[in-house]
Design a protein around this ligand. Sequence first.
Ligand code: RB5
Length: 154
Amino acid sequence: MKGVNTLKLVIGCDHGALELKDAVKKVLAEFEDIQVEDMGTYTAASVDYPDIAEKVCAEITSGRAERGIVLCGTGLGISIAANKLPGIRAALCHDVFSARMSREHNDANVLAMGGRVIGFGPAGEIVRTWVTTDFSQDERHQRRIDKMMALADK
Ligand code: RB5
């Protein structure tokens, strides 16, 4: 299946979402024009979600990747951590509508989900929606995004 554009995407999880990461990678493999890099974690050993958020988001901040998917037990800790990093707009989405809006209105460059919250089926639909939805380019949404990002400098 073709996505909207060729997309360089990084993915990472803590121990709370190891199986969800594998399920999401299978969904991403449906898209021949999405290049996926897995930043770990790779085992069930406990890791700290801020470290994973930092690794994934560094790829985006540096320009090596365009978008990321971050996963932890709830999606909460890793999305909060990701949103501390410059240029990151991480959206915690456990439904398809939010996933679509996070792209159309917020131009989210990171999707977060929780491995202990959502099943693989719904998560797959969220991912398919999120990777194939573009930012609307609407002037009012861009203005709000610019204001939102400027909050980091206050
Ligand atoms: C780890 O046990 C858990 O706290 C983490 O995966 C996440 O849910 C934090 O928000």
